[in-house]
Write a protein that binds this ligand. Structure first.
Ligand code: KG4
Ligand code: ZN
Length: 362
């Protein structure tokens, strides 16, 4: 069975085709991502209006490029992200998927973007060059740490479509904290890679930053950490809390920026790793996966490898940030198993009525 996945929840317009076989092995056949990131860099974050316009320009060529090598006749279903995400961005993907589902007479599967991120780890084969994929799919029960620009969550999957949200961020997502700290110290957007790169030149123990204590043990909070970085940066250049943050990038030395990047990165990543280890000890899952843009972080992978008693089979960094392959993969599992009564039912969506859900949660 072959499934086309369409993703447009933020600034990436993406489409991919996967094939799922009888043994539930999922192979990536095509994967196309067009990002409008370059248009947002000057604003230090994604501008919803610009992202939506860019999706409109890119969506047809991107879908065409993903489907042409395999041909429409071989596509059995269409899957699309319907939430969570930016309303204007989601609409473009959902409307395109609805139209294609009707015109090509293929069933349509509505996919939760965050759940989709986890399914990047279920893609175990491809003949496309340049991918480093895990050899086998994660075993259940599976503990998933989802860390992106919009989400920070710990989820326990007992089986496909059967999961419990253990905890989540109460304010900023971890990727969002990276993006904001990058802006504070004058590093380019997106902050994850730019802070990670700068951190290599700094001392991760140069000073202390606080870790939030949460009433619920698996919840996260990053807003206090972000404010602590701002206060440290102001103090580091001899100023008090009234010093405007927009002046910090020129007031801080390169060495100060590198230390701030290194300490912030260590503490932010330690925060999510602490909770992952705690959940691992409580639930003894058969596997652990990481998902979302921050899962591409070498520091996250280093800390997990050091502290988790089991090995994680990481997916390719290209499948950690937003892509259509993860959406196609979850859609393929829904199409393959959703009508099997050993699993929770996963009915296809109505292509005439499927609506976006910008605030969809797990
Ligand atoms: O999953 P994603 O592409 O989009 C959302 O669903 O949010 O995640 C984007 C986030 C951004 O905050 C970005 O700074 C972060 O992922 N990110 C990284 C890396 N690459 C992207 N964070 C740390 N290290 C990276 N290499
Ligand atoms: Zn995402």
């Amino acid at each position: 069975m072959r499934v086309l996945g369409i993703e447009s929840s933020c600034d990436e317009t993406a489409a991919a085709v996967v094939e799922i076989d009888v043994s539930l092995s999922c192979t990536l056949l095509t994967n196309v991502v067009a990002s409008s990131m370059d248009l947002h860099v000057q604003y230090g974050g994604v501008v919803p209006e610009i992202a939506a316009r860019s999706h409109i320009e890119s969506i047809i060529p991107v879908i065409d490029e993903a489907v042409t090598p395999v041909g429409w006749d071989s596509v059995d279903a269409v899957a699309v992200t319907y939430g969570a995400g930016l309303g204007g961005s989601l609409l473009v993907g959902v409307m395109s998927a609805r139209s294609l589902s009707i015109a090509k007479n293929k069933p349509l599967y509505a996919v939760n973007h965050v759940e989709g991120h986890v399914y990047a780890n279920f893609i175990t084969g491809t003949s496309l060059p340049g991918y480093n994929l895990p050899g086998s799919a994660p075993a259940f029960p599976c503990l998933a740490l989802i860390v992106s620009g919009g989400h920070s969550q710990l989820v326990l999957f007992r089986n496909h479509f059967d999961y419990t949200l253990l905890g989540q961020t109460q304010d900023d997502a971890v990727g969002e904290a990276f993006d904001k700290v990058a802006k504070t110290i004058g590093l380019p957007y997106p902050g994850g890679p730019s802070v990670g790169k700068k951190a290599l030149e700094g001392d991760a123990q140069a000073f202390k930053l606080p870790k939030a204590k949460m009433p619920h043990k698996y919840d996260f909070s990053f807003s206090g950490l972000k404010t602590a970085v701002l206060r440290h940066a102001q103090a580091a250049c001899g100023q008090d809390f009234t010093f405007p943050s927009k002046l910090l990038p020129s007031a801080l030395s390169d060495a100060q920026k590198a230390d701030i990047a290194a300490v912030f990165q260590r503490v932010a990543i330690e925060t999510v790793v602490d909770k992952t280890i705690q959940a691992y000890e409580e639930f003894s899952p058969a596997s652990v996966v990481i998902a979302g843009g921050v899962a591409a972080s070498p520091e996250l992978r280093r800390q997990l490898a050091e502290r988790l008693p089991i090995e994680i089979a990481y997916t390719d960094p290209k499948l950690c940030t937003d892509n259509g392959a993860m959406i196609a993969c979850l859609g393929a599992f829904k199409a393959k198993l959703g009508q099997d009564d050993r699993y929770r039912p996963q009915a296809p969506a109505d292509p005439y009525t499927l609506d976006i859900q910008p605030n969809l949660s797990m």
